[in-house]
Design a protein around this ligand. Structure first.
Ligand SMILES: N[C@H](CCC[C@H](N)C(=O)O)C(=O)O
Length: 301
């Protein structure tokens, strides 16, 4: 087995993704490799999407997802779009079925280059999100930070989109909050035994919401696809919007939109948005030592 594999540096609305090709191998991208890759500015990332050989009939690949702190994630919407674009470019196929620890994901690349991913059904049970305490209604749980009589953030909607999310509804610009300060406190709050992705959401019309996310295991990122899904579902669930909304990701560079539909007929959440290839190289999945492909300017680490 060769010590190196191919990888691509990509992004989904600025969410930094490394797509690593582990097909034909039995080993995995290690946590140590993830941490080492994240330590260099060129390969610093939010998630690694490791493409493995399929494990179930009718699927195209098994996908392992790692956060930049080396922890595992069960879902990554932006990363899934990047995987689709990479495999579509390689194979000419347009329709894919992936398997992750959270289940099956169907995805399609459209003629305009945008990609839709069926992120599956949202989960609202308190013990499956999971929350530490029993809540009958997880769409508005008791949790607040800041002064007790005038909290800065309170009463989030919580759910799992494969991974745990808490969405705090705010009525002013999401960029005006000190999310770098509150994010780590909320991600690691005892209410969330498996930690949580933390999103600030401002509803701007019945069909649009502006968001900003502190990601579990990755911190402040430019965009988070599963959080956009969680926000859209939570907004519809609490009567703030309809089931089809545009999520304007305030921190995305350049600013961008994810269109989310929480489908009535089968309860599935469909996310549509772009993906972008930046450059390719090779990496040792055990250590994270990497080099950029020659044609794009030689560089090695
Ligand atoms: N960036 C990802 C989410 C990563 C989730 C991860 N931070 C976790 O749940 O641990 C997305 O586009 O959905």
């Amino acid at each position: 087995m060769s010590t190196t594999v191919e990888f691509a540096k990509m992004n989904g609305l600025g969410n930094k993704i490394l797509v690593v090709d582990m097909r034909g191998r039995a080993d995995k991208v290690t946590s140590a490799a993830a941490v080492a890759l994240n330590a260099h500015p060129d390969t610093a990332f939010d998630q690694i999407m490791a493409i493995h050989d399929p494990r179930a009939q009718g699927t195209d690949a098994w996908i392992d997802i790692l956060n930049c702190d080396g922890s595992k994630a069960q879902a990554c919407g932006n990363g899934t779009r990047c995987v689709v674009q990479a495999l579509a470019a390689e194979t000419g196929k347009k329709v894919f079925t992936f398997q992750t620890v959270a289940g099956i994901l169907n995805a399609v690349e459209h003629d305009d280059g945008t990609i839709s991913v069926d992120m599956g059904k949202p989960v609202f049970d308190w013990d499956k999100i999971p929350l530490a305490e029993e809540f009958h209604d997880t769409s508005r749980i008791e949790l607040q930070i800041g002064p007790i009589d005038s909290p800065v953030l309170h009463s989030p909607s919580t759910m799992s989109m494969g991974n745990p999310h808490a969405v705090f509804w705010v009525d002013r610009d999401v960029m005006s909050f000190d999310l770098a300060r509150f994010g780590p406190l909320l991600e690691n709050h005892p209410m969330f035994p498996e930690r949580a992705n933390i999103t600030l959401a401002q509803v701007t019309s019945p069909v649009s919401i502006t968001t900003r996310t502190w990601e579990r295991g990755a911190g402040l990122t430019l965009a988070c696809g599963s959080a956009a899904c969680a926000t859209a579902v939570s907004a519809a669930r609490t009567g703030r919007t309809g089931r089809k909304v545009d999520i304007h990701v305030a921190s995305a560079k350049p600013p961008g939109v994810l269109s989310i539909e929480w489908r009535e007929r089968d309860d599935h959440v469909i996310m549509t948005g772009p993906a972008e290839w930046e450059w390719s190289g090779t990496v040792d999945p055990a250590t994270g030592s990497w080099s950029r492909d020659q044609a794009q300017g030689a560089e090695a680490r």
